[in-house]
Design a protein around this ligand. Structure first.
Ligand code: 5MM
Length: 338
């Protein structure tokens, strides 16, 4: 398959991406919230339960894994990448080493992981990965994000993407403008515009073939502390407008992060975007919390009750599958849950 074909398969209409690449520290937080011990056996049990659910075949085009997970063998027989491929989804891998303090800028971060990346990519390809992910993080405040953060993170994203294409995999480019803060929706629009522009500027300098990439952006939404709430219609209109103006047409797929929105909110907003999507972009989800929150709760209640865990995951995957086609409704939410 060409990189363009892989990117389109990951974001095919009705499907999206499951972000299950929580690093050990992040999954520790998630497990703590449900009183589950953060040990390898439990991490494998939760993840293989999701990857073996019936929703995988119909609604999941790709799964982003963490280094530990891509190396694991399931207790069901196949390895984790084999299990994912068996359902027709593409296995992928998070290759960044996390957001670290950016020297010279108070509290901002730079995503690290370029050293030795060429060698790691070869290993991940041999383990079955066909796409990768790198997440850059930007904070909004009166002084942030700084030009230093916007430029250095875009540069790293572009160097990452060029290496990934050299290794014959599709890079997911994830510049996440955080939702935390009291800024309004227009500030989010303005910052996301600056961030996307710099990213595509650097990707061009580094000769990345955009047809073989997927963008994973934030939606254009007000900060979580903002008093002025926005309707799903306004979020959709501003998000689509921002993407059409700042993402080159060669990019085949755009898969949003949920970023702290509730499960239903992230489905509803994605649905509204697709209802008015008059671009050529395949627009879908690449959710972590937006797909897993309910399933995680069930896992916390009883780790052995695979049926309930899978039921919760199947429901969210189905809802987001509908949203990726602009076919989600409040009623479908209730019917499927029942
Ligand atoms: C699943 O979480 C991902 C990994 O986070 P860490 O590297 O911090 O452990 C994260 O990058 C995720 O893929 C995106 O933020 C999307 O997840 P949400 O929960 O925002 O949909």
């Amino acid at each position: 398959m060409t990189l363009n074909e892989i990117a389109k398969k990951m974001c095919a209409k009705g499907k999206g991406i499951l972000a299950a690449d929580e690093s050990t520290g992040t999954i520790a937080k998630r497990f703590k919230s449900i009183n589950v011990e953060n040990i390898e056996k439990n991490r494998l049990n939760f993840r293989q339960t999701l990857f073996n659910s019936s929703a995988m075949k119909d609604y999941i085009g790709g799964v982003i894994l963490f280094d530990e997970t891509i190396r694991q063998k399931t207790t069901l027989g196949p390895s984790i990448p084999e299990l994912i491929s068996k359902h027709g989804a593409v296995p992928g891998i998070k290759v960044d080493k996390g957001a670290k303090p950016l020297a010279g800028s108070n509290t901002e971060t730079i995503t690290e992981g370029l050293d030795g990346l060429r060698e790691r990519l070869k290993e991940y390809y041999d383990l079955g990965a066909r796409f990768t992910k790198w997440r850059a993080v930007y904070k909004i405040s009166n002084e942030f994000p700084s030009a230093q953060s916007i430029k250095s993170n875009a540069h790293a994203l572009a160097r990452y993407a060029a290496l990934v294409q050299e290794a014959k995999m599709v890079p997911i480019v994830e510049p996440e403008v955080l939702m935390e803060g009291s800024h309004n929706i227009d500030k989010c629009y303005q910052v996301t515009t600056a961030v996307l522009n710099e990213c595509y500027n650097e990707l061009k300098i580094h000769k990345v073939d955009l047809k073989g990439t997927v963008l994973k952006p934030n939606m254009i939404i007000p900060g979580s502390e903002c008093k002025d709430k926005a309707s799903a219609e306004e979020i959709a209109k501003k998000t689509l407008d921002c993407l059409k103006k700042n993402v080159p047409e060669d990019v085949p797929g755009i898969a949003f992060l949920s970023g702290g929105q509730s499960e239903v909110e992230s489905s509803k907003n994605l649905n509204e975007i697709n209802k008015i999507n008059d671009s050529n972009f395949l627009i879908t989800f690449s959710y972590g919390r937006g797909l897993q929150a309910s399933a995680l709760k069930e896992f916390g209640k009883n780790q052995e009750n695979l049926e309930n865990i899978q039921k919760a995951f199947n429901h969210r995957a189905k809802m987001n599958g509908l949203s990726s086609k602009g076919e989600w409704t409040e009623d479908s939410e209730k019917e499927s849950a029942a």
